[in-house]
Structures are given as structure tokens and as C-alpha cells.
Write a protein that binds this ligand. Structure first.
Ligand code: TA6
Length: 306
């Protein structure tokens, strides 16, 4: 059975998805937060990071995995930080599909659709009608997650959306390089100023919190592990029916020492072994016409470092 639904000790529904190759992923139904991804080639090492101090009882956004940021990024009046999607209890499992190519286990996929519809809770924060369908596709060596935002209202809706992915690092953050952002302008939230990435690879040597606008669609997280592998994050954004892809951004975040100490749901030393590389649209608001659907997709995989 590709899907099992259990209850956590804290009483939250956990959706466990498996793949014929042995890869697996888990989704905590609080905020529909993907909390683990084990590729078939990495059965004992989670590609995603969840803090050992994360609160997973449905009372606080989960510190790790892939929290869903919608309809705002960061702080906004009368709205939870990063919006309500990642703290909603109203997410539901919508459907499960398994596409089998019998002779190609690698391309087999197990797919789960989740849904969040606008409700009285969301209307308190954001007076618009919408449906979000969240697609989680598991293959042998990759995990794809995609937000599908449908404007169910009679007017244009404007929002930010981001897949706030936390990655576990097999080696120390000092060995990590984020590749693919050379020449991309960014807003440095630590310095409070704009800059442009000069290097082929971004090294993390202190608190790092950068919004790279209109970033390339393929980013590598290179680290020196014994298997010489890297994490690849590929992103894609489009409004259904349009021929052109929509521009999208990448946020790179590591809290470093002081911010790590300041988060009660994050271990003081955990910044050594995690980095966030977050695809989304936050440098500008997406404007979505009535009846239209905006899709934001990421594919996470690991591969041999070139
Ligand atoms: O995506 C980076 C960021 O915006 C950082 O500024 C930091 O606030 C992080 O998100 C975590 O936010 P949270 O609300 O989950 O503590």
C-alpha cells in the first residue's frame, strides 16, 4: 500500500508515502508539512532537516521539512508570520495515485494530492476565496511538491507563496556551497540592503538570509560528504493556460549562532547541519485573475557531485 495514515503521539495525522523502490516521505497534516524524504539510495539519511526541538503537536509551525508559506512571506499586519497555510488544521487528503511503469521502477511514482479551501479561519486573516491543491510526488530518487493556487473569487487576488524547504547537511555548514546564483541580485535581510551574488558558489559564514529575485530554476547544494553527492533543487512556476513560465525566487537561509539561540524550537548547534533553499515568489506579489490557477513546483533530488 503506497500510503498509510497514522496518528502521532500528539494526535496529529501523519501521512506515510512509500515507493516500490524503497524511497519514502512523510507529511504532517498540520500545515500539510512534508517532514522527511528518504531516497531509495539513502534509506538511512533524511534529505530534509527537522529540528530535534521542533513542535509537532499542531500548536506551532513545524521547524523543518517543507513548511508552506502562503499568502504572505514574513511579517504582515493581522496575519501569522509566513501566513496561515503552514499552521492550518483544515488540510485534507484529496487523492492518491500510483503510476506504475512495471519495467522502470525508477520512473514509477506515487502521488498524493492534498487540499485546503478558504474557510472562516482563513477569511479572518485574508478575505478571499481560494482552493490550494498541494501535490506530493515521490519517485525513487526525487521528491516533487507543487502548490496549485486557484482563485475562486470574483476579483484578482495578490499573494506571496514559497516552499520553505529545510535541508539536512551530512557535513558542517562550513563545507557547504550553494551553486547557481552567480550574478543574481538579492535583498540581504541581515544587512537590510540589496546586493548581487558575485561568486559561482555561495558560502555560509554567518547569519544568511537572502531573497534572490527571479533566480535560475536549478540550484545545487554542494557539500563534502563521503559519497561526494549534492542536493539539487529545481523550481518552476506558471499560471495555467499561459505559455510563459512565471519568474520565481529563491531564499537562502541559515540562522547561524545568535538566531539559533533565539529560537526555542531549534537547537543552539543545529545551524551547523542545515540550510534552507526555498523556491517561491516573494520579491513581488503574484496577481491571479478570477478562476485562474498558479502553480509553484520544486523537485528535490540527490545526485553524484559533478
Ligand atoms: O525564509 C527565511 C525566513 O524568512 C527567515 O527570515 C526566518 O524568519 C525564517 O524564514 C523562519 O521563519 P519562522 O517564522 O519559521 O521562524
Amino acid at each position: 500500500m503506497p500510503l498509510r495514515i497514522t496518528k502521532s503521539p500528539e494526535g496529529v495525522e501523519i501521512v506515510q508515502v512509500s515507493h516500490p523502490s524503497g524511497s519514502r516521505t512523510e507529511i504532517n497534516m498540520y500545515g500539510c508539512t512534508v517532514t522527511s524524504f528518504y531516497p531509495a539510495s539513502s534509506p538511512d539519511r533524511d534529505v530534509l532537516f527537522v529540528s530535534e526541538k521542533a513542535v509537532v503537536d499542531g500548536t506551532k509551525a513545524i521547524r523543518g521539512g517543507i513548511p508552506l508559506v502562503f499568502p504572505v512571506f514574513g511579517a504582515s499586519p493581522d496575519m501569522p508570520n509566513h501566513g496561515f497555510a503552514r499552521i492550518s488544521n483544515e488540510w485534507k487528503v484529496d487523492s492518491v495515485n500510483q503510476h506504475k511503469q512495471p519495467d522502470e521502477v525508477e520512473s514509477d511514482l506515487t502521488e498524493v494530492w492534498f487540499v485546503l479551501e478558504s474557510n472562516e479561519e482563513t477569511r479572518k486573516y485574508w478575505p478571499h476565496e481560494f482552493t490550494i491543491k498541494y501535490q506530493v510526488q515521490l519517485r525513487a530518487e526525487s521528491l516533487q511538491t507543487a502548490l496549485h493556487v486557484v482563485n475562486c473569487d470574483d476579483h484578482v487576488i495578490e499573494f506571496q507563496a514559497l516552499l520553505h524547504s529545510y535541508f539536512r547537511l551530512p557535513s558542517d555548514i562550513s563545507n557547504v556551497r550553494v551553486e547557481g546564483l552567480k550574478g543574481v541580485s538579492y535583498f540581504d535581510k541581515v544587512a537590510g540592503s540589496n546586493a548581487t551574488e558575485e561568486g559561482d558558489e555561495l558560502a555560509v559564514t554567518g547569519e544568511t538570509d537572502r531573497v534572490f529575485a527571479n533566480a535560475p530554476d536549478r540550484i545545487h547544494i554542494n557539500f563534502q560528504d563521503e559519497n561526494k553527492r549534492r542536493i539539487v533543487v529545481e523550481k518552476w512556476a506558471q499560471v495555467e493556460g499561459e505559455t510563459q513560465e512565471r519568474n520565481s525566487d529563491v531564499v537562502v537561509w541559515n540562522p547561524w549562532i545568535e538566531k539559533a539561540k533565539g529560537m526555542g524550537d531549534f537547537g543552539d548547534d543545529e545551524y551547523h547541519h542545515m540550510i534552507c533553499v526555498e523556491p517561491g515568489r516573494v520579491s513581488a506579489k503574484e496577481k491571479l485573475q478570477p478562476g485562474k490557477m498558479y502553480i509553484l513546483k520544486q523537485t528535490i533530488s540527490i545526485e553524484a557531485a559533478q
